[in-house]
Design a protein around this ligand. Structure first.
Ligand SMILES: NC(=O)c1ccc[n+]([C@@H]2O[C@H](COP(=O)([O-])OP(=O)(O)OC[C@H]3O[C@@H](n4cnc5c(N)ncnc54)[C@H](OP(=O)(O)O)[C@@H]3O)[C@@H](O)[C@H]2O)c1
Length: 149
């Protein structure tokens, strides 16, 4: 990949679904971003997220709402998320996305949707402010460990 970048065939290198060890080993090559599964219901890659935040690597959590795959836990269905959304006058999806944005300034969101209404709702998540009480309630959610890498 480094050779392809030097030849000008690719602009940058991104990693996906990787362990902390792999990110550490690859970072000396100049990595642009890391895309791992991460959300309020799946924090298996907390260590990778923290490394990216500390080293200013762009962090692109995939499945930010828990994923579109049937059977996986959904951020928007968690009682704590629904309660916070009701209290703040936001939607559950916006609360889940705002929580991700609040984790670090280098977080880039890529929620998927088949609905224009959801797209507009999700784009407005950046204007939702989560207070300390909300963060405490959300951080207490029991999370899964890597439903999918
Ligand atoms: N790098 C990788 O290995 C990898 C693996 C998986 C996914 N990805 C990427 O990650 C991104 C997101 O993946 P994803 O779409 O599967 O997961 P997601 O963004 O976590 O969840 C999408 C699901 O959330 C629902 N949703 C979206 N907005 C909503 C809203 N406002 N209210 C209620 N429900 C809402 C969608 O339903 P509706 O359609 O009804 O809105 C859909 O079922 C995609 O770009 C995908 O390509 C990358």
């Amino acid at each position: 990949m480094v050779a392809l970048r030097e030849e000008g065939k690719i602009a940058t290198i991104g990693l996906s679904a990787v362990s902390l060890d792999i990110v550490r080993r690859a970072s000396s090559a100049g990595i642009a971003c890391v895309q791992n599964a991460y959300s309020l219901v799946d924090r298996e890659f907390e260590d990778v997220f923290r490394f990216c935040a500390e080293t200013n690597l762009a962090w692109v959590p995939f499945f930010p709402l828990g994923g579109a795959v049937r059977g996986m836990p959904k951020v928007t269905e968690q009682p704590e998320v629904i309660a916070v959304a009701d209290r703040l006058g936001a939607t559950p999806s916006q609360v889940g996305l705002a929580w991700l944005l609040k984790q670090s300034e280098n977080t880039l969101l890529i929620p998927g949707t088949s609905s224009v209404a959801h797209l507009e709702e999700n784009c407005a998540a950046g204007s939702v402010t989560l207070d300390e009480d909300a963060m405490r309630e959300l951080d207490a959610i029991k999370v899964g460990q890597g439903a999918i890498c």
